[in-house]
Structures are given as C-alpha cells and as structure tokens.
Design a protein around this ligand. Structure first.
Ligand code: MLT
Length: 312
C-alpha cells in the first residue's frame, strides 16, 4: 500500500470550528457584517465559524486578541477602517498593525449616516450645523470608542463644523443605538448596516449619508456634500485578518471561502437592504487587503493629525 504524505493542512483544513472575533458589541454594524459573512463561509468550509464579540477601546482590544492568538488558522478577525485609524490614534497598541496579521481579503465598503434621536430639533444638515455651534456645551455625540468608524466620522464632523462636542463612548454602536432610540444621546455618525432600518422606520432622524451619491435604500437622505459639508465623504471598508504565521494553505482556503461568500445571493441581498455591496472578488484577496490597509493608514494619519484637537 503506498502512503501519500500530503501536508496535513493542505488536505484537511479546516477540521474543526473557527472563531471569528468581532471587535465590537453584538448587534452593531460590524457584528451584522461579520455574522452574515461567517454564516456563508461556514457552508463553504464545512465547519462552523463561531463569532466572538470582543469589544472595547474602539476595536483595538479585539484586534489585539487575534494578534496574540495561535496562528493555526482557527482564529480570524473581521475589522474595518478602524484598523488603519487606530494605528495613528493610539500611541501604544498591544500589536504592531503592519506586522501582526496575515491578510485574507476585503469584504465590503459601508456608507455612513449622520443621524439623531427622532425628536432632535434641527430639521436638516444646515440647521444641524447651526444648532451644534449654538449649543456646543450640551449636544452629545455617541461613538464606539477611539478608533471606531463612528469616532472617525464624528471627529470629521466636529472638525468640519469647527466645534468640539461631548462624546459618549460605547463598546459598539449597537448599544449606542439603544440610547439614541431612547433619547439619552443626541447624534451619531454610524454605518447604514446599523441605521437603515431605523431611518426607514422613522425611529431616528437622518441628516445625511457620507457616500458620493444618495443611496437606493435611503433616497430622501441627501449626501453630506449636498447638505453643505464640502468633501465630507467616508466609506467603512472591512477586512478579514489572521494572526501572523497562520499557514499559507489556511489563508488561501479562507480567502477562497470569503470570495464564495461574497457571491452568495443571500449575502448580496442582505447587504443591499442595508445600503452596501460586497467587495469584488479581486478585492477579497490578501494582496488587496494589505494594499488597502497600508494606503489607508497613510491617508487617515494626515486627517487625524489635522483634526486631532477634536478627538475625544
Ligand atoms: C464603529 O463605530 O466602528 C461601529 O459602530 C462598531 C460597531 O460595529 O459597533
């Protein structure tokens, strides 16, 4: 009998459950994207991807958890633009952003919305700007901590209106949304994956979207640029990472599975309902994510340093 000794990983990976760390609370936008992708990837991989929410410090605690995990292919991270902004915002991170991870691929680029509790006084973006300038000591802005997408967009807003406001940090904009719905906090800049249904349901007020053009799912919400905030555009790209040293065979299998998931009709349909689209197959690759992270660190470094005085 001839025995074929193929590299164990090449033939059997994955042979048990995989943990996908989401570095924000359950029920938020990152969790929504993560669970949709994980469910579809699980089918392709034939093994369950278990989502684990590790919130705190604007996503950097969860990223650090994965940076230190066993590089065996059974722990991955789904994170967003915050991976890039945190590299500038935090002087001391538990991981070296550009050397602690292997790259699996890009997932989706989600627009943001400037929203408020439904009975907030200003009727449109122009009057919101005037209102926050006139009430800068009382207006509160929710975010998911320094390094979150909501923090970045909030910082851009405060910089655009040249008015620092009181920020209220949460472990994710899932819990932040609960307080916005309850009227405990005034405004927030959050991803359509968390706000679209609430805006459509009239339970929160929407002033603008941060995309270059209006969104099919929110046709009556003007772009921030239409509303008078020049150049106010930001898209929240998401990527899947693994700890440095994860075997290449695992990375390749995960990237292939991500590409299959992004063509899953259910993923495409759910993303569309939430105002976003899957990244193209060519972006769901290690090289594309690596290039994106490197260019985005450079891009946002200058924006953050210029706006720094408004960071909380
Ligand atoms: C963010 O602001 O980065 C998101 O809200 C994080 C989350 O998914 O809760």
């Amino acid at each position: 009998v001839s025995m074929v000794f193929a590299p164990a990983m090449a033939q059997t990976y994955p042979e048990r459950n995989i943990t996908m760390v989401i570095p924000f609370s359950a029920g938020g936008p990152t969790d929504t994207v993560g669970r949709l992708v994980a469910e579809s990837m699980s089918k392709d991989l034939g093994q369950q991807i278990i989502v684990e929410n590790v919130g705190g410090a604007g996503g950097t605690l969860g990223a650090g958890r994965v940076a230190q995990a066993d590089p065996d292919g059974y722990t991955i991270l789904l994170h967003h633009i915050g991976m890039a902004t945190s590299a500038t915002l935090y002087r001391k991170l538990a991981y070296d952003t550009l050397n602690a991870f292997e790259y699996v691929g890009l997932v989706t680029d989600v627009p943001m919305t400037i929203v408020a509790r439904k009975d907030f006084e200003p009727a449109d973006l122009k009057s919101l700007v005037e209102y926050v300038k006139a009430n800068k000591d009382t207006v509160t802005v929710a975010n998911a901590g320094i390094g979150a997408a909501s923090h970045l967009c909030g910082m851009m807003f405060m910089s655009a209106v040249e008015t620092p406001l009181t920020t209220v940090p949460y472990k994710g904009t899932g819990p932040a949304m609960t307080d916005l719905l309850g009227g405990q906090v005034d405004i927030m800049c959050d991803q359509t994956t968390n706000t679209t249904k609430q805006i459509q349901g009239g339970t929160i007020k929407a002033y603008a979207v941060t995309s270059p053009a209006r969104l099919d799912v929110l046709p009556d919400v003007p772009t921030a640029i239409e509303g008078g905030l020049a150049d106010f555009q930001v898209g929240i790209w998401h990527g899947v990472y693994a700890p440095k040293g994860t075997p290449a065979e695992a990375i390749e299998r995960l990237s292939k599975s991500l590409q299959v998931a992004l063509k899953d009709p259910n993923v495409i349909a759910r993303f569309a309902e939430l105002g976003t689209v899957p990244s193209p197959e060519s972006d769901a690759t290690p090289a594309a994510l690596k290039a994106k992270l490197e260019s985005e660190i450079a891009r946002w470094k200058t924006v953050i340093e210029a706006a720094g005085q408004y960071a909380d």
